[in-house]
Design a protein around this ligand. Structure first.
Ligand code: SUD
Ligand code: ADP
Length: 278
């Protein structure tokens, strides 16, 4: 299990798509989305110090396989700002997992460089990655367009358990596996939620359209969803983003903590994090 406190511009929280409707496709192949996005209190930690040449060192429990060269979104973000720093990234989130780890790291780099240089982040961060605008905002939002159209959303804090079965799912391949690209959007405006129970009841009527193609590519996602649905107090279980990370929502934080403990005992190879989404 992993647990981190949520503070500072270098904190790169996990992004969770509580819903993810694919409503169309642009001429350039990118898909139009309608998604409720929330952020966890688990995440990576990025630090930066001024340096004449950009560099990156990655360490931490999920560092294996994460590139330290120009392929890393942290260095791509620095290049987009025309700024230089020596970065250290403490990696706690699994990569290629549907929780925007790389995007959240890139957003943290933009925040840190902005504070360091006084420059504003780029006007179109979606050019770096569709999830980067919402990760720059790092608070609950309705996300539309390909990810660049954002409206802040008031969500009650939602106790949750995140689970990744340690298989990587490439985002582009999951979009390519969609049977339909013109699915219905969410209602507009969205309802308001006074408490977790109301929010969960609404979310249960919505979808993640990427779930069927991701489950086809990685059947272990079915096993994760079944295990989450069997947990005491789990009110809703669903996949985030293009997978394979799934989440269960609870009405009470203690139930999420206990559920994560039970699951970690039964599945020692899975990445499991109790959290609160907001
Ligand atoms: C699906 C989502 C939902 O939040 O999350 P993840 O599964 O990545 O966490 C995001 O839209 C992913 O955003 P991000 O991971 O930044 O994607 P990008 O690097 O921009 O694009 C990777 C590939 O995904 C496809 N893509 C991505 C976003 C989008 N709106 N339409 C697409 O078709 C494209 O094939 C693109 O080449
Ligand atoms: N800082 C980073 N952390 C993790 N992966 C990164 C990072 N920068 C670039 N990548 C590359 O981006 C790919 C997608 O990673 P990630 O953003 O974690 O996935 P997802 O978009 O599914 O949430 C990985 O396969 C990895 O090679």
């Amino acid at each position: 299990m992993t647990l981190l406190s949520k503070t500072g511009p270098g904190f790169a929280p996990a992004k969770i798509n509580l819903t993810l409707h694919v409503t169309g496709q642009r001429g350039d192949g990118f898909h139009l989305l309608d998604s409720i996005v929330a952020f966890a209190d688990v995440g990576d930690r990025l630090s930066a110090r001024p340096a004449p040449v950009p560099s990156l060192r990655v360490h931490g429990p999920m560092a294996a396989g994460v590139p330290e060269d120009g392929r890393n979104l942290v260095l791509k973000a620095a290049a987009a700002m025309g700024a230089s720093a020596a970065f250290t990234l403490e990696k706690h989130l699994p990569a290629a997992a549907g929780i925007g780890g790389g995007s959240s790291d890139a957003a943290a780099a933009l925040r840190l460089l902005s504070a360091m240089t006084g420059q504003s982040p780029p006007d179109h961060p979606e050019v770096l990655g569709a999830d980067i605008p919402v990760c720059l905002m790092a608070r609950a939002a309705r996300m539309r367009g390909i990810g660049e159209v954002l409206s802040p959303l008031a969500l009650p804090p939602l106790p949750a358990v995140l689970v990744n079965p340690r298989v990587e799912v490439p985002t582009g391949a999951v979009f390519a596996g969609l049977a339909r690209k013109d699915n219905a959007p969410m209602p507009d405006p969205l309802p308001t939620f006074d408490d977790p129970r109301q929010a969960i009841a609404f979310l249960a009527t919505q979808r993640n359209d990427l779930e069927p193609p991701a489950r086809q590519a990685q059947p272990v996602i079915d096993e994760v969803l079944t295990a989450l649905r069997a947990l005491p107090g789990a009110a809703l279980a669903r996949m985030s983003g293009s997978g394979a990370t799934c989440f269960a929502l609870f009405e009470r934080p203690d139930d999420a903590t206990e559920a994560a403990r039970l699951l970690a005992a039964a599945h020692t190879g899975w990445w499991i994090a109790p959290t609160c989404l907001s």
